[in-house]
Design a protein around this ligand. Structure first.
Ligand code: ADP
Ligand code: MG
Length: 289
């Protein structure tokens, strides 16, 4: 309890008054693994970059982080090196396709909430510096309802929950939304249906979730888009490329560009709500629950 208070005080000391940052923090989560989060993050990041946005991806999927593999990148150093003091965060950032920046946080990192206070400050300050230069921070949170997922989902300005037509994907998405609603008082979620065989199937999938969530959880969900099932996606994955890069005319690529077009219309977060420091503040408070 005392530690928590001290930590928050330390963190607020570091908020720079009047700092001109409006980095939009978007977490991409799912209840169930394998629904397409990593592909969504990679392709949306590239599409946003092509629209002129500066995008940083944080690979925070601590169990199955594989964004670097998907993008054919080879991390030389990890956050471990930052904690050891031999490198800074911007030295471990990888440059991906179209100039997307990728922070391979999933490799060799203890969970962020288990870091000591001084380690947190190091990461926090450097992450703040890094995201200060970015328009969008996209976080691949991994799947499930563990604190390592909810930590980021609850802290972001927007949470996109990815679902696929599989029934288990829906029940697991429901479970994730329930945890975020009950434990973190989140009440707005954006839903992305991936791998639907038709627009009709996508709206049916969303409809089922909408009915359950509205009835039992009393939170609002919004369908932000649908990415069709597209054989070009696994073909691109095999080549360790984002589909948008190698098959720009594939149906999924069109859908990813459309989603990015929509994301840039989202209202900018209020200051200092979106600040990375506040992410820390919010998550350290949550971690104390
Ligand atoms: N729209 C899609 N159409 C076809 N296959 C897809 C689509 N999206 C993802 N996949 C496939 O699903 C698998 C899991 O995707 P991935 O992005 O790694 O999921 P997650 O990060 O949620 O675990 C990948 O092998 C990928 O090729
Ligand atoms: Mg993944």
């Amino acid at each position: 309890m005392q530690l928590r208070t001290r930590r928050s005080a330390l963190i607020s000391d570091h908020i720079i008054p009047g700092r001109e940052s409006s980095t939009q923090v978007i977490a991409v989560s799912s209840g169930k693994g394998g629904v397409g989060k990593t592909n969504v993050v990679a392709n949306v990041a590239i599409a946003l970059t092509k629209l002129g946005k500066r995008v940083l991806i944080l690979d925070a999927d601590f169990s199955l982080g594989n964004l670097d593999i998907l993008l054919g990148l080879i991390p030389q150093h990890t956050i471990e090196d930052v904690l050891a003091g031999t490198h800074t965060l911007d030295q471990i950032v990888l440059k991906g396709p179209a100039g997307v920046s990728v922070l391979p946080a999933s490799s060799g990192v203890p969970h962020l909430t288990t870091l000591t206070e001084s380690q947190q400050l190091v990461i926090q300050e450097q992450l703040e510096q890094l995201t200060g230069e970015m328009d969008v921070l996209l976080i691949d949170t991994g799947a499930g309802i563990s604190p390592s997922v909810t930590f980021f989902a609850a802290s972001a300005d927007e949470t996109i929950v990815v679902v696929s037509p599989e029934p288990t994907s829906l029940t697991d998405a429901y479970a994730l939304i329930k945890v975020l609603a009950r434990q973190y008082r989140e009440h707005r979620f954006k839903i992305l249906v991936n791998q639907a065989k038709s627009p009709r199937e996508a709206s049916e999938v969303f409809g089922k979730l909408d009915v359950a969530v509205d009835r039992f959880l009393h939170v609002a969900i919004e369908l932000v888009g649908a990415i069709p099932y597209d054989d070009y996606v696994p073909m691109a994955v095999m080549r360790q490329k984002a589909v948008l890069e190698v098959f720009p005319d594939a149906p999924a690529s069109h859908a990813f560009r459309k989603l990015a077009q929509q994301i840039i219309q989202w209202p900018k977060p209020d200051l200092p709500k979106s600040s990375v420091q506040l992410i820390w503040q919010r998550s350290t408070i949550h971690a104390g629950h």
